[in-house]
Design a protein around this ligand. Sequence first.
Ligand SMILES: O=C(O)c1ccccc1NCC(=O)[C@H](O)[C@H](O)COP(=O)(O)O
Length: 231
Amino acid sequence: MPRTRIKICGITREQDLHAAVDAGADALGFVFYAKSPRYVTAERYAELARELPPYVNAVALFVNATVDEVRAVVAAGPVSLLQFHGDETPEACAQLAQAVQRPFTRAFRVKPDTTAADLLESETQYRAASPWFSGLLLDTYVDAYGGAGKVFDWSLIPKELAPRVVLSGGLSVHNVTGAVAQVRPFAVDISSGVEAAKGIKDARKIAAFIDAVRAGDATHLSQEHHESESS
Ligand SMILES: O=C(O)c1ccccc1NCC(=O)[C@H](O)[C@H](O)COP(=O)(O)O
């Protein structure tokens, strides 16, 4: 069982970037959506990106962006992965990713009436549309698109899909151990739950969150140990 990967999203300040890296985050998210309280411009990203150490992935998050906007961000600093969090169709995602030659995740914003079949169908559609598709990120539907700290019903995530998804939406130190133990996602993604205020991260909350993810991983390891002992 590999460890659950962790992305800290909505980085706007150098000290928050360092706090996330020091705590052991695998990826940092930067929001290039002007209506977000965590918005950073491509110019500001160029400054922040100078602080990125090797082997930590920078994820550029867009909401209904144009090719020119995505190009400007990729030209400003290192970008490992794109995250499309708006109403982008499979074809639009494919076109944007191809234009800048970067892999992408697609946010599926879960509504109360979303079904397991909807999630599987969506993954199939995006995978078919582009070789740059790297996986679905599951978040809770909100009109503001994301970063709202709202949880959805994890029980609708199909078992076969879970090892490939990024789980997000309202995660925190209080629920992430259970989320990792129950869902077993490939990765978790958090923004609001590690903030002191919108766009301002709290280093202690980041460290506590990462410890709580590792506690979820430890649950799997001990389950696997018991299973192998009893077989
Ligand atoms: O952070 C924003 O303001 C934002 C705005 C528009 C679309 C997405 C946005 N954020 C997404 C994320 O930060 C994460 O990918 C994820 O949804 C976690 O959010 P949270 O529920 O706050 O932990």
